[in-house]
Write a protein that binds this ligand. Structure first.
Ligand SMILES: C[S@@+](CC[C@H](N)C(=O)[O-])C[C@H]1O[C@@H](n2cnc3c(N)ncnc32)[C@H](O)[C@@H]1O
Length: 217
């Protein structure tokens, strides 16, 4: 996204990319891209020059900030100049579901996933993405527009890879904080095994794109 935006704004434009983990961003070498390590929840906004940005974008980030999304949105709004736009793309991860009841992974997958309850058990909102327009309005944005789309993809696809890496990262964090029970570990096995199997088709998350504008007065 940082690369795409840097190309879009051209040589005279400026893009600032922030993340708590800038390992990937640091590999990018573009003349109009500045990379900063920044926690949107707790680091001071002063370093980002609040009130100056034409556009603030986030993608697949807010979902993870369980219960703190509104704080993060308010802080992103503070970064906008009057009339500037906030754009967020985020998901309803809970809707992911295999499509073929005759597939060998189907039943076990549903039993573990429980229509997204798997996320709720970990403190996440499995239907977070659809709340973006409501949260944007609550944070004072106007001219709000929202779209959502979903696709059916297969194991081994880029989304299959994305899910595999995400579930492995969550498993690793549970291992670190001591919450990875034997039963949970088995559940990770059930959820990750089909993700490299091209015969396993699944409805991917509903991906929401929401934009809203900071008022000018
Ligand atoms: C699923 S990745 C998405 C990365 C990128 N936006 C994209 O669409 O490819 C979520 C990112 O959010 C970052 N993140 C998580 N909590 C954050 C926070 N409090 N402040 C800033 N970045 C955060 C993570 O380090 C991670 O890089």
């Amino acid at each position: 996204m940082a690369v795409w935006l840097s190309q879009r704004v051209g040589i005279n434009g400026r893009v600032m990319a922030t993340d708590v983990d800038i390992t990937y961003l640091n590999r990018l070498d573009l003349p109009n891209l500045e990379v900063r390590r920044h926690d949107i929840l707790s680091d001071s906004l002063d370093a980002l020059d609040p009130g100056s940005f034409d556009l603030v974008c986030a993608r697949l980030m807010l979902f993870w900030l369980a219960g703190k999304q509104e704080i993060a949105i308010r802080r992103m709004v503070e970064c906008l100049r009057p009339g500037g736009w906030l754009l967020d793309e985020d998901g309803d991860w809970g809707v992911v579901a295999p499509v073929d009841p005759s597939h060998s992974h189907y039943e076990l997958y549903h039993r573990v996933w429980k229509n997204g309850e798997w996320w709720a058990e970990r403190g996440y909102d499995p239907m977070f993405g659809r709340k973006l327009p409501m949260l944007f309005e609550r944070c004072g944005l106007v001219n709000i527009r929202h779209k959502a789309s979903a696709s059916v993809v297969r194991g081994g696809s880029p989304w299959g890879q994305w899910w595999l890496q995400s579930l492995e990262a969550i498993r690793a964090s549970e291992q670190t904080d001591g919450s990875l029970t034997e039963e949970r570990d088995k559940e990770y096995g059930v959820l990750t095994a089909p993700l490299t199997d091209p015969s396993f088709w699944f409805l991917n998350a509903l991906i929401h794109a929401c934009r809203g504008q900071r008022g000018v007065s």
